[in-house]
Write a protein that binds this ligand. Sequence first.
Ligand code: HEM
Length: 200
Amino acid sequence: MLRNRDNAYGLIAILFHWTIAALFVGQILLGLTTQWVASMALQFTLIQWHKSFGFLILALAALRLLWALANRRPARPRDFSRAEWLAAKLVQSSLYVLMLAVPLTGWALVSTSTLQIPSFAFNLVVVPHLPLAPSEASENFWRDVHWWVAYGTAAIAAGHMLAALRHHFWLGDGILKRMLQPGAESPNRGTVKGQKAAGR
Ligand code: HEM
């Protein structure tokens, strides 16, 4: 099952979710490592990798957004209150925006850098800079914005992850399974939509 259904995620949505989640965690760690290494040569290489994975996340996040817009969003499971579901969807929608915003602010940072170092994506292509005027003030501004947006996203994603784990281990519903197995529905409880259809 490739596409989402009324009550379940399809394979494509699941692959996008876990690929981007893994790349995102890797990027945070890589970004932190670049600050700690002493060797300038190693730092240069790590930053090039950080930029490469950033462009990859940007491309995947854009495709994911298009895929989400072209698919239905699985319905609210019965054991979610309307308020909790609304909060979850608000967090997920903000993650969609932030997945694009983090790499875009990084791209703005390298584009405004006075060093004007080219970005070699995976040593395959040179990604052009954004049309922004380089200056020290602008570079510092985008560095701060990139930092705050990246760590803000990490904090929101951590909250999202803890909520999913709480549902899985504590409440024992099938919400995490929906994101692990294409076509899996919330097994014990069904969805609000299903409940209404059954006239309950
Ligand atoms: C271990 C970490 C994570 C876990 C356990 C997790 C778990 C989940 C689960 C269970 C859902 C489906 C909720 C439902 O059935 O409606 C979901 C959806 C989502 N997650 Fe995660 N997630 C994790 C990390 C992330 C990260 C790092 C991001 C983004 C940076 C992210 C972005 C999203 C988005 C945007 C959705 C909504 C998908 C849609 O409905 O179109 N997740 N996540």
